[in-house]
Design a protein around this ligand. Structure first.
Ligand SMILES: [Mn+2]
Length: 274
């Protein structure tokens, strides 16, 4: 009856299985929440995607930037980048089933007093705004005419929320928030380039969860995407990407059905050596 939130897997299927063994995961009674980026850069994205999909209702996953990138490449709206490890999915016989399942995943999931997103929330959004904006893009991505959206996805502008944003600019901003943001300026402008851990960033940039003006304050927000941050708790926001892909750890946090507790497994050294 437990719920475990798990950080970015990125195709680290072996570590995921080790973590599930550690927590004695039971697919009949337990539920896994994934922070997104199930795929890419790691060695076994296809196996990971198939496994999580087959969990059915026992898994909830939100979309990450690498998941969206996979959808965009498959739809012809983007090209593979150096370091991508998405070929096996793109060539798989069950590719269409997997991709159609993936594009119907949410950008935000709220239940049991927690909200799950991949990257973060801009300071101008209340939790209600975040839900509304998530639903608006999810409706497009999961519908029949999702190709144009994926073709207009890439770019760092606009970088500040305005309720008046329209069409692709609005959708791009919403997707960039949920799947790519880490730092903001004091004026609430989003930065999409800085990836370092807090303390090393360009002066003036503030982690999104530390902005005093953040309207989502008070909510419990689970997120991933920030490997250099590592496991991190601040003001109700919990970062779960502990950098398994980069030789760190894969982390699960039990958030219901038992005391709040953190479990982690180290990255597979054989994978790292290979
Ligand atoms: Mn990410």
């Amino acid at each position: 009856m437990a719920i475990y939130a798990i950080g970015d897997v990125q195709g680290c299927y072996g570590e995921l299985q080790a973590l599930l063994k550690l927590i004695r995961f039971n697919a009949d009674t337990d539920t896994l929440w994934f922070t997104g980026d199930l795929v890419n850069r790691g060695p076994a994205s296809l196996e990971t995607l198939r496994f999580v999909r087959e969990l059915g209702d026992a898994a909830v996953t939100v979309l990450g930037n690498h998941d969206i990138h996979l959808l965009a490449v498959a739809a012809g709206g983007a090209r593979l980048k150096a370091g991508d490890t998405l070929d096996a999915i793109l060539a798989a016989k069950d590719r269409d089933d997997l991709l159609n399942w993936l594009r119907r995943r949410p950008l935000m999931h709220t239940q049991h007093g927690y909200s799950l997103v991949h990257a973060g929330l801009p300071p101008q959004w209340s939790m209600k705004d975040a839900e509304t904006n998530a639903r608006s893009v999810e409706a497009l991505l999961s519908g029949p005419d999702y190709h144009p959206l994926l073709a207009h996805l890439y770019g760092n502008q606009p970088d500040k929320w305005k309720e008046s944003l329209k069409a692709y600019e609005r959708h791009r901003f919403i997707i960039n928030c949920f799947t790519r943001m880490r730092y903001c300026g004091a004026d609430g402008r989003l930065d999409f380039t800085e990836t370092c851990k807090p303390g090393d960033q360009t002066p003036g940039l503030i982690p999104w969860f530390k902005l005093p003006s953040r309207r989502s304050r008070g909510a419990n927000i689970l997120f991933g995407h920030w490997a250099s941050l590592g496991y991190h708790e601040h003001d109700g926001c919990i970062g779960l990407d502990s950098g398994c892909l980069w030789g760190g750890e894969l982390t699960a946090l039990r958030i219901a059905g038992g005391p709040k507790q953190r479990y982690s497994v180290g990255a597979d050294v054989r994978r790292m050596a290979g």
